[in-house]
Write a protein that binds this ligand. Structure first.
Ligand code: UGA
Length: 436
């Protein structure tokens, strides 16, 4: 089956490459000629493990191609996916749907054959109705249906998530569209991935409800971590103790510096706006957004405490290990490291940082931070080392070497990577999140 993927960003590219790998004939379309040229040359616009191999392999076999020409790209496609960005609209947090609607308009004008138009972009409830209205006006006389098919891909694990999903959600009231999307996902269906068919509006909401619920889980355990610190309890055991209850589940209960990334911050805000518009407030999500926002800067204060408080910390040097919002990505969007670096700079602390993949994107976002060439170059002369992102490269630090090159053996572990007793036994002043 021919599939057109409009938008060759993170979601479009991963989904397109995986569909091609299943044997479909896929064309990825993007307005950005530089991006398309590099993709044709096998250069990825983002860092995602396994993606380059998947893209180049399928391109070589002729199942995956790239173009800037939308009209030519969608010709003959039975399914046209819209996978463009829906960033937070400046000023009010609503999802900015201008890219989605612009694509719908262009698709409508170019559509010559029957096709199902599928929104994969994360879009608020009712967006599919508007896409349908735009297409009806722009493409009279062509048979089409509009469906919703949200993605549940985690950055850094996107290919595995696509190929082994917990579920596939398809929102459409149209039997014909349902048949085509069943064909599109047949290889996964054969792999026993459950498909949930539902209404388009329900499908749109499922995406936001899923991300908001995960944000609730993280924020809940983060607040428990704060309480653990006050009462002398261990949040990792609290996570285990509650996570073994099948009703709660053990995932997404790792306490840390607060969630970031391109999805949770933006999607929780957009859900709040939808809830407000429909006068059905979601107070829990409101609290989660506020708690998570203040947590990031609070992590800066935690580092200042480890340096002996505000007065003692002024003029000292901190090494930040990890800048991206999580490991295995170069994505810096809403990363807690940004607020932490600012809090440290505001307190008169000099910051040097190292990240395995995020330095290029981080540099312009944190001009106050010196970017080091390696982990140990950042640590050289530091009064404290702070683990902000749990990259594997920071899981086996050479503590003897740190003691030799740092000014003081102080480690603040915001991801609870290390065992407190072991690090202290090596002579370090060690603090982490929610552990005695
Ligand atoms: C998230 C969802 O997990 C995906 O299912 C969804 O498809 C995606 O958003 C999206 O909407 O596109 P992602 O943002 O890539 O994926 O990253 P996550 O692994 O979910 O992590 C998000 C943030 O939460 C990170 O900052 C991470 O460090 C933090 N987190 C996660 C914790 O602090 N604790 C946890 O237990 C889990």
């Amino acid at each position: 089956m021919k599939i057109a993927m409009v938008g060759s960003g993170y979601v479009g590219l991963v989904s397109g490459a995986c569909f091609a790998d299943f044997g479909h004939d896929v064309i990825c379309i993007d307005k950005d000629p530089a991006k398309i040229e590099s993709l044709q040359a096998g250069i990825m616009p983002i860092y995602e493990p396994g993606l380059a191999e998947l893209v180049t392999g399928n391109a070589k076999s002729g199942r995956l191609s790239f173009t800037t020409d939308l009209a030519a790209g969608i010709a003959g496609a039975a399914a046209i996916f819209i996978a463009v960005g829906t960033p937070s609209r400046r000023g009010d947090g609503h999802a900015d749907l201008s890219y989605v609607y612009a694509v719908a308009e262009e698709v409508g004008q170019a559509l010559k054959n029957d096709a199902v138009v599928v929104t994969k972009s994360t879009v608020p409830v009712g967006t599919g109705d508007e896409v349908e209205r735009i297409l009806t006006e722009a493409a009279p006389g062509v048979r089409f249906a509009v469906a919703s098919n949200p993605e549940f891909l985690r950055e850094g694990a996107a290919i595995a998530d696509f190929k082994h999903p917990d579920r596939i959600v398809i929102g459409t009231e149209d039997e014909w569209a349902r048949g085509i999307l069943t064909e599109v996902y047949r290889p996964l269906f054969l792999n026993k991935a459950p498909i949930l068919f539902t209404s388009r509006r329900t499908s749109e909401l499922i995406k936001y409800a899923a991300n908001a619920f995960l944000a609730v889980k993280i924020t809940f355990i983060n607040e428990m971590a704060d309480l653990c610190e006050k009462v002398g309890a261990d949040v990792q055991d609290v996570s285990r103790g509650i996570g073994m209850d099948g009703r709660i589940g053990s995932k997404f209960l790792h306490a840390g510096p607060g969630y970031g990334g391109s999805c949770f911050p933006k999607d929780t805000l957009a859900l709040l706006k939808t809830a407000e518009d429909y006068e059905a407030p979601t107070r829990i999500v409101e609290a989660v957004v506020a708690v998570n926002d203040s947590r990031k800067r609070a992590m800066g204060r935690k580092v200042i405490e480890a340096l002996g408080g505000t007065d003692a910390a002024r003029g000292k040097k901190v090494a930040m290990l990890g800048l991206t919002f999580k490991p295995n990505t170069d994505d810096m969007r809403d990363s807690p490291s940004i607020a932490i670096a600012l809090a440290l700079a505001d307190a008169g602390i000099e910051v040097a940082a190292y990240d395995p993949e995020g330095m290029a994107l981080a540099g312009p976002l944190m001009p106050e931070v010196t970017m080091a060439d390696s982990t140990y170059a950042a640590i050289e002369g530091a009064d404290a080392v702070v683990i902000v992102t749990e990259w594997d490269a920071f899981r086996a630090l050479d503590f003897d070497r740190i003691k030799r090159i740092a000014k003081a053996p102080v480690l603040v572990d915001l991801r609870n990577v290390y065992n407190p007793a072991e690090v202290r036994a090596k002579g370090f002043a060690y603090s982490s999140v929610g552990r005695p």
